[in-house]
Design a protein around this ligand. Sequence first.
Ligand code: DGT
Ligand code: CA
Ligand code: CA
Ligand code: ZN
Length: 581
Amino acid sequence: MVRMKNREIVEIFSRVADMLAIRGDQIHRILAYRKAAESIEALGRDVNVVYAEGKLTDIPGIGDTLAAKIEEMLTTGRLAFYDKLAAEIPPSLVDMLRVEGLGPKRVKQVHDVLKISTLDELTVAAREGKLRDLPGMGAKSEAKLLAAIEALARHGDARIPLGVALPIAQQMLAELSKVPGVVQAAVGGSLRRMRDTTGDIDLLVAAADVAAVMDRFAALDNVESVAGRGPTKTNVVLLNGLGADLRVLPAERWGTLLVYFTGSKDHNVKLREMALKRGLSLNEHAFTPLDGGPEILCATEEEVYHRLGLPFIPPRLREDRGEIEAALAGKLPTLVTESDIQTDLHMHTTWSDGSLSVLEMARAAQARGLRGVVITDHSVSLGIANGLSVERLRQQAAEVRAADAAMGPDFRVLHGTEMEIRADGSLDYPDEVLAELDVVVASLHTALSQPREQVTQRLLNAIRNPHVDIIGHPTGRLLPDRAGADLDMDAVIAAAAETGTILEINANPVRLDLRDVHARMAIEKGVKIAIDTDAHSPGEFDLLPYGVATAQRGWATVADVVNTWPIADLLRYVNRPHAGG
Ligand code: DGT
Ligand code: CA
Ligand code: CA
Ligand code: ZN
């Protein structure tokens, strides 16, 4: 009998890590439990099966001690060590760690001093002003804590980052494609629209034998349990807790199936209204005449849109943000695509916190079809990332020029920086040093929680510096949990438009920053966009599609995206006489 599943073990190990942290235990012990939780989460197989094979210690980070604990949980459904810890550190304290800015030491303090052991009690205490008198606290930090608690309550329902869900979906899709008789297979829902986070995985398949596909789906390695099954759909829960829905119809209905389950819901509602005006009802199966005539089947999405008097609308635009109106008016944008991208303007090497040399990164970029890169290591005040002093930056210039020569005439290696915008708004390098660089990216990495006016002003200072060409990942958000700076985006975009400063869409799926709607706002004001991977290793160049998709969701065309320009045009643009400064 199965007593525990993967995600319950993940949950217990990560709670143990948090409880040890609150207790003030040794760091290596805390990290061991955290690593174990991450390993099981990434496992992709039922841990009960791995245990039955006697291979628990093959799992990364699982040695004999942790394997014995997993065995205990799998066979008894309990972990004595957890129960023992829980007697000392109430497990409800762990929930408080989800509040941004609230660490294990503080949690222990409010528990020890004020006897607070739940998030609700903490909220009440903060509202009543009982936290401000604790050592190291004050009225200001109390208000900040309360704001963070309220933010947590707002975003409580966990959505999964696109970068986590999409690879899982693609892997499942590859398995389903192998089932005999499968004609088409695609991801649907918010994943196909490439929204930055997703509620669940939607998979769509066209096949004659519906049952065979659904049987295979229910038996995939990463499926924990089947939550529901109907004639054309199966819903499962994955080992990592994510839901996944599969829908299967015959190939002649593929067009309506795709449109219906790509969504968004609001986009679909509009399409259905348009269909009704034409005397048709529309669902995933077909158009059905309201007067009772025979079904009209659509094997492609083009046919569905055509029947409604519309051109094909790319999935990335299907959010009911004016795309149907634009389509009717013949004004849909021609979206930028991956193959339009010629350069990457933001990446790191071993000079700061990257894994490869300048030349190796250039070669890796060339291998992916790019024609040029800008090397942008961190600047001096980001000590944690081994940021470059002016002296090291100048040494690096020589290496960049040597790499540029070594790559030959068909590939350019340019010298840049990802310069810190410091907490006080000043910049990390003086103007005369910035003037020596080909391209300057400026970014916020610290003090992101400053009040809106202050943090916006920091960014405006950077935008107005005539040497700053690009603002990297403008808000600094990290998906799923860190909200990023509370920027006045209208002011940032207005200043970027005025000075010609480029705003980045950072392609790393933990960032996707600018996000879609802000990219669209910027483009509408004439601001140029850079889509950059911010690669710290060669594999991260492959994150580009996430950035391109985000740009597409921002309605970006080739003209809006500086990475599509020949490198000479790019250099001319960044070296033009600036309006700022
Ligand atoms: P998510 O999963 O929250 O990230 O967002 P979606 O858009 O993937 O939504 P989901 O998974 O609930 O449903 C997938 C698509 O199926 C959705 O985009 C549109 C379609 N759909 C689902 N439920 C409804 C519904 O009640 N009405 C209509 N018109 N469409 C629906
Ligand atoms: Ca979905
Ligand atoms: Ca769904
Ligand atoms: Zn950065």
